[in-house]
Write a protein that binds this ligand. Sequence first.
Ligand SMILES: Nc1ncnc2c1ncn2[C@@H]1O[C@H](COP(=O)(O)OP(=O)(O)O)[C@@H](O)[C@H]1O
Ligand SMILES: [Mg+2]
Length: 387
Amino acid sequence: MKPAQPTTAPILEVRNARKRFKTPDGGEVLALDDVSITVQPNEFLTLLGPSGCGKTTLLRAIAGFEDLDAGEIFIAGENINGQPAHKRPVNTVFQRYALFPHLSVARNVAYSLEVARASKAETRRRVTEMLELVGLTGFADRHIHQLSGGQQQRVALARALISQPKILLLDEPLSALDRALRSKMQRELKMLQSEIGISFVFVTHDQEEALAMSDRIAVLGHGRVQQFGPSTQLYDQPDNVFTARFLGESNLLPASVVGRDSHGKTRFRLFDGQELALPLVASSPTSPGGVSADSLPGSQVLLFTRPEKVSLRSLGADCLQFHGRVQQTLFVGAHYKVLLDIGAPDSFNAIVAADQAADISLEPGAALTFWVPHKGVRPLVSDVGAT
Ligand SMILES: Nc1ncnc2c1ncn2[C@@H]1O[C@H](COP(=O)(O)OP(=O)(O)O)[C@@H](O)[C@H]1O
Ligand SMILES: [Mg+2]
């Protein structure tokens, strides 16, 4: 399943956003450093990154709670810089929901309509509709403290959706929920989004959540967009070390560029002396972190491969071969997660299917030879904006 690259005009565009904060000790933090993203109509877009990378700052700037030092924000083609928060066609579900604990569920949900002085009948009708949408029919008169975490989450959603925003911003809305409830709410949110057909900009620091929910993901790190694209593309083709490390498990093997070969491929030599040639395109402005065909001989790179690309059988000529020693093996049901010493600076993570492991030893200390197809390998350079 591969979502098509967007072709329609974006509903939201953030162009070259920059935001600097002063810290109490007199220093400065560059929370957003030239951040650009687009969001398509009806898209589920996720901002993914570690704590402190600028996710909340970006959402607050889109919502109108934070002024940018530089950059522009467009909604449906209109520049909304300077437009006050309450005039913007967006609404936010905050990390801690920010519900009014002393008001009933219905009054919480009705809040923005009351501020806008909608009629009582209209408000009642819309509140009923919203409570039904989020599965809280019958809870109108409850108080917030009489609700579970998941129910409070739904109230926050209903309250944000009642004003019919074009874009819903969600700042780590599931982080307070336990694992089982979280996974249930992930499905509900995804279903809700396709049902109401508006764009979601969803913030999380949880990579599995991002992969499960998103049409596209923008990986943020050091206040910059490290990579932006469909989730499958980011997982299979990370452009830089930051994205590879943050999204899923990865192996990064030291190598250097040898040069171009007669077929126009770029040759690399690994830490253990093996060589391989990979087809690379010329550098592109959309992947500033990537290694390109322009890379100079002698450049140091890391060759990236996922643990599941490992095979315990030779795959023919177009693969790398490694000899390793098992350090640790974890049986996790469908497969084994094996940690191997292959003489590289870091241990190698391999995933071995249970049926492949039937007649070989994965005990610590056992010698193991394995293969990785060239097409499962990708050269990377360091993060965008790393210091
Ligand atoms: N109002 C503020 N004053 C000073 N520093 C701030 C302020 N808001 C955020 N920051 C800093 O900006 C950086 C990005 O913060 P934030 O956007 O909240 O990150 P995230 O949501 O990804 O965890 C952090 O280093 C944070 O400490
Ligand atoms: Mg945050």
